[in-house]
Write a protein that binds this ligand. Structure first.
Ligand code: MSP
Length: 646
């Protein structure tokens, strides 16, 4: 029988910087769902990737003194590196700078324009650069951007707009008729009441204020505004073609079965995205799930608070599967979840080292101690076995029921209930007491068999969430992981099989103080590495330095300024058309004729100022030799005008 397809996606991460543990939570959550769906027998296609255009990225690249493409190549590699470190099983990693994606976005834009759904107009409002959003006065909070709290500037831009209102009624009807479309349901109410019912504004879908984006093919001073570019990744990544030549992969997989996104971007996915799809005459995704946010200790993670956690740093301390466990297990279904060092150490010790690790360890050790590692089902059952078997064989259906609702934390809890039940079984049967009585030898064999069998089932169910731990347990028990159906039957572990001689520790117990010391030591090492130079200004980062644009320029003309004895007015060839004029306080040391023809260094991106009524469009570099002497920095004649200093 042909398998049923299941196409699922995560949001694509911005390549503005390294993803933190909150972004990483999403891919781990998606991965556990993708793995479980495959386990249930679906033919899963799982797509993730990076969102690489926009002004913020353009500015970051400029500050770093590299091209936007170089910048996003670096961050995309970091994102992929972390996704791979976390053992995530995506089938496709799309980048919005992929050429085929860019070509499709251009076609889609044109198609929607020709259709009349996109029109040209003007955007006017208060603009927040980091958020790339316009706001009205009333939307501001204390006069600042309502999203990031930063400064906003008045701005007006020619822009293309998408006629959202044309499709709003159809979308409202769709949402009402498909209660499963927006999950959890609380997010649906928010969308309806706050956005759809009050009336949809048309959406701005192009920008002219920056260039790092996909140009509008028929009006290239415009670039596609990032959401139309970003959202379409879900169709372009699997081979959608706006001209009607979509790939077989697309035809098989669209519509998506699940878009998994954070609660902050659910609006884009449940309003704008479905409307774009309607305009393209494509069916809508079956479900958009808005997961909650992961917070760290005292609230939202932010670089300025210094509380940003990164997956790779946590993995160094705890290991991949432990980090997967923390984020999956600690995140509630709807409300935000919190992780802290204390909580992670507590989970490590009680759930992973004790409940799971110790169970596996004890079972293997006892099998070796009493039977040289051979596990036999002697069939000497007692009543107490029945409850164990019932709990263990019911687990698969319970986990599936939770996963059907995407209640991943609850699914994991079900699996750990199975392991807890096994630990209780050890207390109930007391194998060490049975071992003392030769007549109970066969009963002891059955007890150990039941434990090995139960752990095999538990490990198989655990594989979607903690893949390498599941495999390590199976290897120690010398068995393979089971299919979902095989987890519903008891007794499939081959009687007479031999477990490994020496169990390896799955999770080592940790001491919270030692962990905190390591964290502090790392922070201090990062801090200590920074030198302090007496009399020199505070340290800046390379990003800060990158903001200063230093260029070589040649002095073409120079004259004194009558009203100001100290100033000279210089005309420069800075390598750009028209050159520029700079005013400099070097008259006490230089005569104009000494300077003409010389090459110097200028700060080329200083805001222009007027000095004694004369405009200065930059600054020339000079050295203070002593209190009374200043010398201009002359550079080699062979350096071309306009060359950038790095
Ligand atoms: N690029 C957009 C998404 C475009 S999708 C067509 C974006 N990128 S992001 O890098 O800011 O966020 C990626 C995902 O991580 C989003 O789903 C976002 O909600 C999620 N998270 C960001 N911070 C998070 C937490 N602290 N906790 C959980 N998820 C978080 O938005």
């Amino acid at each position: 029988m042909e398998k049923e397809k299941f196409y699922m996606t995560t949001a694509i991460a911005y390549t503005s910087g390294k993803p933190h543990i909150g972004n990483t939570y999403e891919i781990v959550l998606a991965d556990s769902i993708a793995r479980y769906k495959r386990y249930m027998g679906y033919d899963v296609f799982f797509q993730t990737g990076t969102d690489e255009h926009g002004q913020k990225i353009e500015l970051k690249a400029e500050a770093a003194g590299i091209s936007p493409q170089e910048y996003v190549d670096g961050v995309a590699a970091q994102v992929k590196g972390i996704w791979d470190l976390m053992d995530t099983s995506y089938d496709k990693f799309i980048r919005t700078t992929d050429k085929d994606h860019e070509a499709q976005v251009q076609k889609i834009f044109k198609y929607l324009y020709d259709k009349g759904d996109i029109y040209k107009g003007h955007y006017e409002g208060l603009y927040c650069t980091p958020c790339e959003s316009f706001f009205t006065e009333s939307q501001l909070v204390d006069g600042k951007c309502p999203d990031c709290g930063g400064e906003v500037q008045p701005a007006k831009e020619e822009a293309y707009f998408f006629r959202m209102s044309k499709y709003a009624d159809r979308l409202i009807q769709h949402i009402n008729e498909h209660p499963e479309f927006i999950q959890p349901v609380s997010r649906k109410n928010e969308m309806m009441n706050n956005f759809l019912l009050p009336g949809l504004q048309d959406l701005c879908v192009s920008r002219t204020s920056f260039t790092w984006g996909i140009p509008v093919s028929f009006d290239p001073k415009h670039v596609t505004y990032v959401w139309l570019d970003a959202l379409t990744n879900y169709i372009t990544g699997i081979g959608y073609d706006c001209d009607g030549n979509s790939s077989a992969l697309f035809n098989k997989n669209w519509p998506a079965d699940l878009h998994l996104v954070g609660k902050d971007i659910i609006r884009f996915h449940t309003i704008y995205w479905p409307i774009f799809l309607m305009a393209l005459d494509l069916p809508l995704p079956k479900q958009v799930f808005g997961h909650p946010w992961l917070l760290q200790g005292d609230g939202k993670m932010s670089k300025s608070k210094g509380n940003v956690l990164y997956a790779d740093e946590l993995v160094e301390l705890f290991g991949v599967d432990a980090v997967r466990y923390f984020v999956l297990h600690e995140m509630p279904f709807e409300n935000d979840g919190v992780i802290s060092w204390e909580l992670m150490v507590e989970r490590m010790n009680s759930d992973l080292a004790n409940t799971l690790g110790n169970l596996v360890n004890r079972t293997i050790s006892m099998s070796n101690k009493y039977f040289d590692g051979v596990v036999r089902n002697t069939g000497v059952s007692e009543e107490v076995d029945e409850d164990l078997k019932a709990v263990v064989t019911a687990a698969a259906d319970k986990v599936t029921a939770k996963m059907d609702q995407l209640r991943v934390a609850d699914a994991i809890t079900e699996i750990f209930s199975l392991f807890k039940r096994c630990n209780k079984y050890i207390d109930e049967t007391m194998p060490w007491a049975l071992a003392k009585d030769e007549s109970k030898k066969e009963r002891l064999e059955t007890v150990l068999y039941n434990l090995v069998e139960s752990i095999s089932i538990g490990a198989s169910l655990l594989e979607s969430f903690m893949p390498s731990t599941a495999k390590r347990i199976a290897a120690q028990l010398n068995t393979s992981l089971r299919s979902l159906d095989e987890c519903k039957a008891f007794g499939l572990y081959p009687s007479g099989n031999k477990v490994v001689e020496k169990p390896e520790i799955l999770f080592a117990r940790l001491d919270i103080n030692e962990v905190l010391e390591k964290v502090e030591a790392k922070k201090a090492a990062q801090g200590k590495a920074l030198p302090k130079y007496e009399g020199v200004a505070d340290l800046i980062s390379i990003d800060d330095f990158g903001k200063v644009d230093l260029r070589v320029a040649q002095i073409k003309a120079c004259e004194p300024i009558k009203k100001a004895k100290k100033l000279l007015k210089l005309q420069l060839d800075d390598g750009f058309d028209g050159g520029r004029q700079v005013v400099s306080g070097i008259a006490p040391w230089y005569k104009p004729e000494d300077l003409i023809g010389k090459k110097i260094v200028i700060v080329a991106n200083l805001t222009p100022v007027k000095l004694c009524g004369v405009e200065s469009q930059g600054m020339i570099l000079a050295a203070n030799c002593d209190e009374n002497t200043v010398k201009v920095l002359f550079v080699d004649d062979s350096i071309p005008n306009g060359a950038k200093l790095k």
